[in-house]
Design a protein around this ligand. Structure first.
Ligand code: NAP
Length: 277
């Protein structure tokens, strides 16, 4: 019998996860299928119970269900609980266990550029779900400081207050972050500014950037956002959101199957779908 995997979201049509995971199933000769399901907020509970009843081995959860799914699961991993969001669920004999691989996916994807977070002074732009996963994950890695800049500063304050790990942090306006920019050696853009239809916009000015800095944007469509183009022109190193996306998927695959999949193949597959090299 075919093993069932899925992703629940709304909208879900543009998700790259089915192509990425189905390719891995054929690579590893697994009799399995990964399907996207568009699920309305009010039908999420039924959808989750439906997947449990169908014996799905595992599934992903994406916008807007990452937090609202939590009460419908049987157990939540410690990191996912502290983040307050789940993006991966595994079905262990009918018991649904929720994990969050977004933050760790970002961290692992960074390996090619920054070998360790310890000693770095970091700026996170944005204070939404993805910023939260990244901030909590990086906070465990002993950086010197992680500041958070957000349009709504109260949300940055909230994030800092709720972080369970001991870390020096300031909540900043986007303008303040632009003024202090030279202080940071790692800058992580997590807002949706730079996606369609705002492809020419960027959340902060890079005028004061330190040229030794690495600028990451977790957006992967487009592959090069306005802020990455600007950072590159100013001589800084840049990384787009492909690595985070691929690693969060790889970590989910590992949770479901016990096997860390072929990262390079996943990356090439996703890049091909996005029209990159
Ligand atoms: P979210 O929870 O809705 O948070 C959105 C963030 O963007 C908030 O900080 C919000 O600020 C800010 N924002 C939105 N519109 C803005 C504007 N016009 N000006 C200034 N700030 C604005 O979203 P999320 O789940 O964190 O996702 C954010 C982005 O990350 C999306 O583009 C998503 O595709 C990407 N993502 C990528 C990956 C990956 O694997 N590469 C994984 C997850 C997410 P306020 O608080 O002021 O509203």
């Amino acid at each position: 019998m075919k093993k069932l995997f899925a992703v629940l979201g709304n909208p879900i049509g543009h998700s790259m996860s089915p192509v990425m995971h189905n390719d891995l199933f054929s690579l590893y000769n697994m009799n399995a299928v990964y399907l996207p399901f568009q699920v309305k907020e009010e039908e999420l509970k039924e959808a989750v119970n439906g997947l449990r009843a169908l014996g799905a081995v595992g599934f992903n959860v994406t916008v807007p269900h990452k937090s609202t799914i939590m009460p419908f699961l049987d157990e939540i991993d410690e990191l996912a609980a502290s983040i307050g969001a789940v993006n991966t669920v595994v079905n262990q004999n009918g018991k649904l266990i929720g994990y969050n691989t977004d933050g760790l996916g970002f961290l692992k994807g960074l390996d090619e550029y920054v070998t360790k977070i310890e000693g770095h002074k970091i700026l996170v732009i944005g204070a939404g779900g993805a910023a939260r996963a990244i901030y909590f994950t990086l906070a465990k890695e002993n950086p010197v400081q992680i500041d958070i800049a957000n349009r709504t500063v109260e949300k940055a304050v909230e994030l800092i207050t709720e972080c369970p790990y001991s870390i020096t942090s300031r909540a900043l306006t986007l303008e303040e972050a632009g003024n202090y920019l030279g202080e940071y050696d790692l800058i992580i853009q997590t807002t949706m500014i730079g996606m369609e239809p705002n492809t020419e916009e960027q959340p902060i000015s890079l005028e004061n950037i330190n040229k030794q800095a690495l600028v990451c944007d977790i957006i992967y469509n487009p592959l090069e956002t306005s802020i990455l183009r600007d950072a590159k022109e100013r001589g800084a190193a840049v990384q787009n959101g492909i690595n985070m996306f691929v690693y969060q998927g790889a970590l989910a695959f590992e949770i479901w199957t016990g096997r860390l999949p072929d990262i390079q193949r996943m990356k090439e597959n996703v890049l091909r779908q996005l029209g990159g090299k």
